[in-house]
Design a protein around this ligand. Structure first.
Ligand SMILES: *[C@@H]1O[C@H](CO)[C@@H](O)[C@H](O)[C@H]1NC(C)=O
Ligand SMILES: *[C@@H]1O[C@H](CO)[C@@H](O)[C@H](O)[C@H]1NC(C)=O
Length: 202
């Protein structure tokens, strides 16, 4: 019985392998070809997650005071989801969504960079974030093109005027908090599709 079972598993494995070869030679669109991209995206997201925590350059004490202030950047992506969200996701839609969020953060972070420059605030974290967002956005774009899904276009938001260094800090705090939420969401999405595409664990 066990032998038959093993024989069947082996046969299935060969069939899957054969199918993979057929698919990858006819159309490079197969799930397994995403694995490399998912891994690279996760890497960018993890770097961003670390940066989001340091982007505002505030001490814990200052954070406590700022935490009471209203948040005002309506143009920032508001990432809300429930557990059910992850079980009903489709690769095409989720990647398009992730691309839109990434584009939006790219614009916000680049706006933040100008503001921080204007007030001579430290730029290192925004600059690195900007670079990682740029890489992430290119990776998602490549994935979207692989599944022949349209790359979403979005119009740039209009940003408020930043007239004080305090405003700059407040906005950078808000951007970094939302960026962190985006990273948590993206990690879960990418891990889900890694499992779904049976990507090898790294
Ligand atoms: C996304 O892919 C699913 C199948 O996985 C398909 O049913 C759906 O129409 C696609 N959606 C779009 C917007 O292309
Ligand atoms: C930075 O300063 C320039 C020149 O004063 C101004 O045009 C720009 O809007 C400022 N950027 C931000 C984000 O406040």
């Amino acid at each position: 019985m066990k032998l038959i079972h093993e024989f069947v598993s082996c046969l299935l494995y060969l069939l899957v392998l054969a199918e993979l070869i057929v698919h990858s030679s006819c159309r490079p669109v197969h799930g397994s070809s995403h694995c490399g991209l998912f891994g690279s995206m996760l890497h960018q997201v993890e770097q961003l997650m670390d940066l989001a925590k340091t982007m505002h350059d505030l001490t814990d004490d200052e954070l406590v005071h700022l935490a009471h202030l209203d948040h005002r950047l309506d143009s920032l992506p508001h990432i809300e989801y429930t557990a059910a969200h992850f079980s009903t996701m489709k690769l095409n839609k989720s990647l398009a969504q992730m691309y839109e969020y990434t584009q939006s953060f790219k614009l916000h972070v680049s706006w933040m960079k100008t503001a921080q420059e204007n007030f001579s605030l430290p730029l290192q974290a925004v600059e690195s974030s900007s670079r990682h967002l740029h890489h992430l956005s290119n990776l998602i774009k490549t994935s979207l093109q692989q599944i022949t899904e349209e790359v979403p276009q979005s119009s740039p938001p209009s940003f408020p005027v930043i007239s004080t260094a305090f405003d700059a800090l407040r906005h950078s705090l808000e951007i970094s908090e939302r960026l962190e939420a985006f990273c948590i969401w993206s990690k879960r999405v990418l891990r889900h599709f890694q499992r779904h595409s049976r990507c090898p664990r790294n």
